[in-house]
Design a protein around this ligand. Sequence first.
Ligand SMILES: [Zn+2]
Length: 290
Amino acid sequence: MNAFDPDYYYRFLRFPGGLTKTVTFSYDDGVCSDLRLAALFNQHGLKGTFNLNSKKIGAPGHLDAEMIQQEILGKGHEVAIHGAMHRAMGKLSSSDAIREVLLCRLSLEEAFGQIIRGMAYADSGITQMIPGNSFEQIRSFLSSLGIAYARTLGTPQNTFELPEDFLCWMPTGHHDEPDLLKRIDRFLEIDTRKLYIGDRTPKLLYIWGHSFEFDRNNNWPHIEQICRQISGDPDVWYATNMEICEYVNDYNRLVVSADGRRIFNPTFRTIWLSTGEDAVTVHPGETILL
Ligand SMILES: [Zn+2]
């Protein structure tokens, strides 16, 4: 009999490398100042997701497809759907909303030659609904359109947990929220190994905004400070929104025996998990015995 008894433990996801935390950024509207922000991320080894409106690519004040390809995608960042014309899902009829998402997805995939399934709700998103609309209905057609995650807004998220539902993914906070720096400190101070065993879930810090706000408010030093503060932490996986979403989805595909000891990885990715102190790996196609 193996000395390990799964009935005494929780089994929780660990990020690649066995890491307990992840940090991601989400910036909207595809404006020219995204280049400066992407360069800042590059300088600090951070990854971001840039949400684009397909009909505004190349418009005055906005990046063109070539710049996005070279300076955003070419540097390991992600581009995601923000609607063809930046309209609010909750305020459109289903057919208008479906067209808004699908047109954007088709254009971005055509422009950048890759599969694009991430999204950030534009405008008031799903926070306001016209009569007859509901999140359940929007969620349903986004799934049908192949959208893997969609960032929403509203209540700042203080617990640093991964989202329960990737189609209403609530960030930790906007970069200008007054207590954000304190929350970042709190996040960085978390030592998962010292937490109560049931709280040793993976932790996420997710910051969003618009890069034009740094020009408008003349506060580039603020985001520079955030990037410095967050970067270079050996416990943190720096990833795009989609890298996190896909990794979590693959973790959730692990097949586990009824006694909790045997774990099969049917995915194409090495998955890390922890049942206590140390993380273990399950390679693609492998079955491990805990
Ligand atoms: Zn926007």
